[in-house]
Design a protein around this ligand. Sequence first.
Ligand SMILES: [Fe+2]
Ligand SMILES: [Fe+2]
Length: 396
Amino acid sequence: MRIGLFGGSFDPVHKGHISIVKGALRSGLVDIVVVIPTVINSFKQGKILLPAPYRFYMAKDVFESEKVFVSDIEYSIDGVSYTAKTLELLTKRDHIVPFLEKKGVKSRKAKEEHSYFWICGSDILPSFMTWYKPDVILSYVTLLAARRPGTDLTVPAELEGHVLTFDIDGIEVSSSDIRRRGDLTDVPGKAKEFIKLHNLYELPNPLDKVSEEAYVKFCECANSMYFILGRKRLLHTLNVGILSAKLAAIFGVDTDKALIAGAVHDCAKELPIEVQRELAYKVSGDVFSEEKLLHSPAGAYYARENFGIDDREILDAVTYHTTGKGDMSDLEKIVFLADKIEPSRTYTDLTDIRAEALKDLDKAAAMCVKAVKAKFESKNMPIHPLTMAFMEQLGL
Ligand SMILES: [Fe+2]
Ligand SMILES: [Fe+2]
């Protein structure tokens, strides 16, 4: 098959990306397109981009169809996702054949010898030779450059014989403009839904209040958790990180610690229950014996061992995010609260608690604990002694 590869940050996906994919398929030069959201972009490092899982799942919602697949290959690259490295991994037969089969391509077709095309805007051609290992890239792919209506496309001499072109509609959009203005007019419907559900690209950006270092750590944890959490839980735990940072800025708490504690609070939740029990025991003996509570202390242990997080306050906020405890710090209260009310939570009407959370931390936490208590009572379940102690602290 002739496989078009379309890499990008997709932060967010916009209508210009769609017109490129459509144009490539319409040109007849490729049979299918594989969209590859970058994990660590060589040009855009630091706070510029959202953590990769948001961009990956948004791209999946928008693009995946009969002839367009989204690849997570870049999560398997250590460090910066240079195109040459991505191509080396993606085109390996023991990767591409099962990938295509999983996406519904018939086995016979998936096992053919494939030719690969790197789909790009024509604007990258003049600087292409400055990319990391351009010769390696050209040994894997032909460049497939999109031409906007009414524009000239000159192929630089050094790329002669390596470029094919195709036409696209004249949509002129940039993700950075969309982020800066918060205007979603040029964002396709599926991406809009995703952005609204997770309250992304909020202005002013709550992440402006965290340090560059904490942000990089946040992204690293997000990339690692891609392998151990399903989509819904991963996006939930990242949302809790961002909301915790936002609340921390309001209540004068360390925003870096809040971001990280919130982001990893559920990291252990999909580990086998026996593993959770074992890790939980190492942190706090048998204080937490119920299955549903084990992931909290287990998460603290996992985060320390696997993400190198050794800050006591962060680890305690993870340990007590489900039960609370008697002398909750503001950081712990924030993570406890953010867990219950992050934007993608829809289990009940949270309007009042969400509004209160921006004004009075204790009052909002009290509203949450009361709701938890009512739920337990309705199910005739005992309330954990640590939660009782938290209620006492809150004057309930
Ligand atoms: Fe949890
Ligand atoms: Fe959670």
